[in-house]
Design a protein around this ligand. Structure first.
Ligand SMILES: Cc1ncc(COP(=O)(O)O)c(C=O)c1O
Length: 461
């Protein structure tokens, strides 16, 4: 463009619309864009697919809305009392709360049963958070304790008069409310006052999917809601498996017309499509939402014709890719110039897992007595330290997975008994070791919980 002397460039280029000057970064939470995915990418002919870009919230995720809505009413009083903000979170909620606490002169503590994404742990420390890692009940701790430490901690910090500002994201209705008043209405507004035909969201605390679904259904009761969870025994940071979702206070299965599972490999595949082809730097759950949406909508699209009304679908992109490079590298080393993944339980067939060699508690006890298998306990060090099978060694499942990538970690002549909390992970690894040529490996059926329930002996460190 040629500059014309005497003409004001500024006057010609002043944008219209509302101002984006703020007094506080918290004013930048919400009002995220809705961006259409190019049909040449998803291939749907009769459905317009939109991404709600929650990754553009100022602290990086959809949880900025919930964290701010839950904490805001209590921050001033907490600052006056000198309380600490505390939340059971190892991810985005913790990140947003750490920032909000710091902005208000407060400290923040993240309580979690396992920090599984190292970049997020480092980021939380960088933001000044204190991190307390506790084992959860699923790890099978002391059978004489009536409650697991996480439950006890939850109760302690929820008590009246506690010195904590506990935001309680799994039970707090203000989590859902953030999406009832923000995310949901924004989607309707950006679709010219209409709800989409389909809404797709991953389920973590269920706050975003529940809040948005409620708004959309109020607008149009015909909207179909697809909830996505992580596949059983798989891990997608930020979302739950179906079993885990049922433990969440805000989760109501009636919110969803369908709940489907997405695997971590599928989530990464969806993420790569968004990253590379759409310019959307989504993390794995954004990828899971895209993958799950297209998988479901493909069947719908096939039934539609040119004469039908075009349909609209919206999925949520919760956060950004940068925090998950280690997670992705572990599953897809080929993307980082390394040899492709080998010996991964994710590559097993359902049939291999179903027929993995296993042994019940009584036979396992007899086997330990006579065959002297190497007993490998795949649980966390906390759970192992609390109680374990005498003589067993502790190799946490992720570390065990890493070991297997390099080939069989022990001699073929030594029988192996694998134990995990309920026998699911150990079955996968037993199938994998069998595939790798180990002649005598077994999974402890029902895991340490079955062992404990049968009254078999356990020892403490
Ligand atoms: C990365 C990521 N994706 C998805 C979700 C799910 O959101 P919600 O808790 O509202 O169900 C979360 C929640 O923590 C998350 O951190």
């Amino acid at each position: 463009m040629a500059l014309v002397p005497g003409r004001s460039v500024l006057a010609d280029h002043l944008p219209g619309g509302s101002t984006v000057r703020y007094d506080s970064i918290t004013e930048a939470i919400g009002n995220t864009p809705l961006v259409r995915i190019d049909p040449s990418v998803h291939g749907l002919r009769h459905i317009d697919l939109y991404a709600k870009l929650e990754l553009l919230n100022p602290f990086g995720s959809v949880k900025d809305r919930a964290a701010w809505n839950m904490a805001r009413p209590h921050l001033a009083a907490a600052a006056a009392r000198g309380s600490q903000v505390v939340e059971l979170s190892s991810g985005n909620t913790a990140k947003a709360l750490a920032v909000l606490a710091g902005m208000h002169g407060l400290t923040f503590k993240s309580v979690t049963n396992r920090m599984r994404v190292p970049e997020i742990k480092d980021l939380l420390l960088l933001l000044g958070a204190e991190i307390e890692e506790l084992p959860g009940q699923s790890e099978c701790l002391d059978p004489t304790a009536t409650d697991d430490p996480l439950t006890l901690f939850h109760r302690t910090i929820s008590e009246q008069g506690s010195a904590y500002l506990h935001t309680d994201q799994y039970f707090n209705p203000r989590n859902t409310e953030a999406h009832l008043t923000g995310t949901g209405p924004e989607i309707v507004k950006d679709l010219d006052g209409r709800a989409p035909d389909w809404f797709v969201a991953c389920v973590g605390t269920a706050g975003s999917s529940t809040g948005v679904a409620r708004v959309l259904r109020e607008n149009d009761s015909a909207v179909r809601v697809l909830g996505l969870v992580a596949a059983k025994s798989d891990f997608i940071p930020g979302i739950r498996t179906l079993d885990e979702a049922h433990e969440v206070g805000l989760f109501d299965p009636a919110t969803y017309d369908t709940i489907e599972a997405v695997g971590s490999d599928e989530a990464i595949e969806g993420m790569l499509t968004l990253n590379r082809r759409c310019g959307i730097l989504a993390g794995p759950t954004g990828g899971a939402a895209y993958f799950g949406a297209v998988r479901r909508l493909r069947a719908v699209d096939a039934e539609l014709t040119e004469d039908d009304r075009r349909q609209t679908a919206v999925f949520i992109v919760c956060d950004r890719v940068e925090s998950y490079l280690g997670y992705v590298r572990q599953r897809r080393p080929d993307l980082f110039g390394r040899p492709a993944r080998t010996n991964s339980p994710a590559d097993l067939t359902e049939e291999e897992i179903r027929t993995a060699p296993s042994v019940g508690v009584a036979d396992a006890q007899a086997w330990i007595g006579t065959g002297r298998p190497l007993v490998v306990d795949l649980r966390s060090p906390f759970a192992y330290a609390a109680l374990h099978i005498d003589g067993s060694v502790n190799i946490v499942d992720e570390v065990f997975g890493e070991l297997l990538r390099g080939g069989l970690p022990f001699s073929r002549s030594r029988p192996v008994l694998l134990a995990c909390p309920v026998g699911e992970k150990s079955a996968r690894y037993a199938a994998l070791l069998t595939r790798m040529g180990h002649p005598e490996v077994r999974s402890l059926a029902g895991g340490i919980i079955a062992w404990r329930d049968a009254g078999a002996p356990l020892v403490r460190d």
